[in-house]
Ligand binder design. Structure first.
Ligand code: NA7
Length: 296
């Protein structure tokens, strides 16, 4: 069996993941739509590929980490796409945050060629990816998830197995991002309330981060919201909007009303309308402040 691994998508998340992978897998073929982003990796020994299909070796494994559903479909089914290039026994590991339905559709397209799709979306921002601190969700056929587990393990601090249903990892990832943004909304509103009555924002975040809400979301995002440092973005605001749209769509498909997801989607939409595309997704907090008459 081949030892060469392929990697598609060298953005904010993909690049540090590929860099860590290269340490474990010296035979790494990489492709990015904008190929100059691969230069640093090529200097470290990665092999550049001319197309998504060219990162694949017959029966091998390819990881993709592209921005959204359309990008995943483009690299998979577009010209010189990955589907059909892996061949029987080949595995495509999709790490992007996408709709559950996109994964099931893509899995069927791969299956026509005897290829297997595995979903492995991750929790963690680019700094966590660089530090191998990602939490990885994993779903797909057991034979494939068993084979890819040793490959993915060094990229994060843990892998959470979700069984054979390919949609499961996507649904859990979207649900997790929804909970993160709900916490951002809660912190933004609560911090502003306390501030109006004389409470220092950083002191507020520090207290709750140490006591009642002693977890990474409240600690890290709490500090960020308190200081309103939204650039450079760890997770770009339009990607958050993409995720809240996906949450609403996925919820609608199974008849689950999620009014909070609708509110968060509108907050992010307003932020984009206000030209905050380059801000971190937590910058939706600015809309809370503006609605309360704060001049930002
Ligand atoms: P980035 O930093 O915006 O990177 C996105 C990557 O996806 C980057 O490599 C892009 O290539 C690539 N991309 C985007 N559209 C396409 C199309 N149509 N075809 C091929 N490649 C494409 O995002 P992150 O790394 O922060 O996030 C990645 C995922 O993790 C995403 O699902 C998040 O929600 C979570 P480019 O460099 O622009 O040529």
């Amino acid at each position: 069996m081949t030892t060469s691994i392929g990697f598609i998508g060298l953005g904010a998340m993909g690049l540090p993941m590929a860099k860590n992978l290269l340490i474990e897998q010296p035979e790494l073929k990489v492709w990015n739509r904008t190929m100059h982003k691969a230069e640093g990796l090529i200097d470290l020994g990665a092999e550049p590929a001319g197309s998504p299909a060219d990162v694949a070796t017959l029966g091998g494994i390819v990881i993709s980490m592209v921005s959204d559903d359309q990008a995943l479909l483009d690299v998979s089914l577009g010209p010189r796409g990955l589907v059909g290039a892996l061949g029987p026994g080949g595995i495509h590991i999709s790490c992007s945050t996408v709709a559950p339905s996109t994964l099931s559709t893509l899995a069927e397209r791969h299956a026509v060629h005897g290829e297997i799709l595995v979903a492995a979306p991750v929790f963690g921002r680019p700094d966590a990816a660089a530090a191998r601190k990602l939490w990885i969700l994993l779903s797909g056929p057991a034979t494939a998830t068993e084979r890819v587990t040793p490959l993915l393990a060094p990229l994060g601090q843990g892998i959470h197995q979700l069984g054979e249903k390919i949609e499961a990892a996507a649904a859990m990832k979207l649900a997790g991002n929804f909970m993160i943004l709900s916490a951002v909304e809660g912190m933004g509103e609560a911090m502003l309330l306390a501030q109006r009555y004389g409470v220092d924002r950083e002191g507020f975040a520090d207290f709750f981060g140490r006591t009642l809400f002693a977890g990474p979301i409240y600690q890290n995002y709490g500090k960020q919201i308190a200081t309103r440092r939204y650039q450079p973005a760890g997770f770009k605001l339009p990607l958050g909007l993409k995720d809240m749209r996906l949450v609403s769509q996925a919820a609608g498909a199974v008849n689950i009303p999620m009014p909070l997801a609708d509110l968060l989607r509108n907050r992010l939409l307003e932020s984009v309308a206000k030209k905050r595309e380059d801000y971190d997704w937590t910058a939706l907090e600015l809309s809370i402040a503006e609605a309360a008459g704060e001049i930002i």
